[in-house]
Write a protein that binds this ligand. Structure first.
Ligand SMILES: C[S@@+](CC[C@H](N)C(=O)[O-])C[C@H]1O[C@@H](n2cnc3c(N)ncnc32)[C@H](O)[C@@H]1O
Length: 308
């Protein structure tokens, strides 16, 4: 479950933003986006379903000059059908666009382009073949996800990456059906599966899959396995006590106050007197006793025994 955010609070770190964006997926987003940049692939970024901005804030961090980043969400407005309305009321009842913007602007100077509408309009707002990365995470109902995957296919560059959220969660069978339908019937090639998300491409998955496998196998906080299914190579990654990758803090970050220094336990009454006795009075007493003892040894008759 997403953590709750108190109203009107500004996040200090990405982790303070409520959402369903776990460390392994943060790592995978970062890896795919940095790989694209390193290889000189330019293109726009798109998120369908932004909620309070957790994944959008990370995506926005990877937007390069000249690239567009678009997010599309209902932000609490009327959903296009009854099932979608019920889903939104149940899961995102308190969502507002204002809260999304407040969170986003805590980390970035400018907002992304916001399409405040159902995702069914997205192909009218974004040019075909312009995106290098699309995150599909809006409605989790089959008809909607199916349309969102079709839109992603139209909007992506040939080697672009699409990410399908909740493709195998118990409560979202419609996403599973739409995701595997896209794989089996509509040319989507899986690159990697995390516990929550399917990463795929309509391009050639081979080279990116090889590089990803090598990168994940070098890590101690991730287990990886490979299986074949219906002539698809499925790379599964699972986090093992993984921490989120480093991410810049927000402008509102306040370092936690230093922990108070431990207060020494109160001295029991009489301690001061005991100290004075030890420091001031004992040494002369000891010196006198030593002197007496030495004097005694000097005058002792050889062979005499001390009484015990
Ligand atoms: C699971 S949340 C997104 C989580 C977000 N990507 C994150 O990682 O924090 C789903 C979002 O999709 C939005 N949504 C649901 N149905 C939609 C639709 N038909 N069109 C646009 N947005 C929709 C909801 O308002 C909600 O904000």
């Amino acid at each position: 479950m997403a953590t709750a955010q108190a109203p009107e609070t500004h996040p200090g770190e990405l982790n303070d933003v409520p959402g369903w964006f776990w460390p392994l997926d943060q790592l995978l987003f970062t890896w795919f986006l940095e790989r694209q940049t390193a290889r000189g692939l330019r293109g726009d970024l798109l998120e369908l379903g932004a909620y309070l901005g957790k994944s959008a804030i990370l995506l926005g961090h990877h937007r390069r000059p000249g690239e567009r980043f678009t997010v599309c969400d209902l932000f609490g407005s009327e959903a296009p059908d009854q099932a979608n309305r019920a889903e939104s009321e149940q899961s995102y009842a308190s969502l507002t666009r204002q809260a999304f913007e407040r969170n986003y602007l805590s980390f970035h100077d400018t907002l992304p382009e916001i399409v405040h509408a159902p995702t069914s309009v997205i192909t009218e707002k974004v040019e075909p073949g312009t995106c290098r990365f699309v995150h599909v995470d809006a409605s989790h109902l089959y008809e909607h996800v199916r349309g969102d995957i079709a839109a992603a296919r139209e909007l992506l560059l040939p080697e672009g990456i699409v990410v399908l959220d909740d493709f195998r969660s118990e409560h979202t069978p419609g996403v599973s059906v739409a995701a595997w339908e896209a794989v089996l019937n509509h040319g989507l090639r899986p690159v990697c599966l995390s516990s929550q998300k399917l990463y795929g491409t309509w391009g050639d998955p081979g080279p990116v899959q090889e590089e990803l496998l090598a990168a994940l196998r070098r890590r101690g906080d991730c287990s990886v396995s490979v299986q074949e299914a219906a002539r698809h190579r499925l790379v599964r990654a699972r986090a093992k006590g993984m921490q989120p990758p480093p991410f810049p803090r927000s402008r509102h970050y306040a370092a936690p106050a230093p922990a108070p220094r431990p207060v020494p336990p109160a001295r029991p009454a009489g301690t001061a007197r005991a100290r004075r006795l030890a420091v001031d009075l004992l040494p002369p007493l000891v010196t006198r006793a030593v002197r007496r003892h030495r004097a005694g040894r000097v005058h002792r008759t050889p062979g005499a025994r001390t009484a015990s």
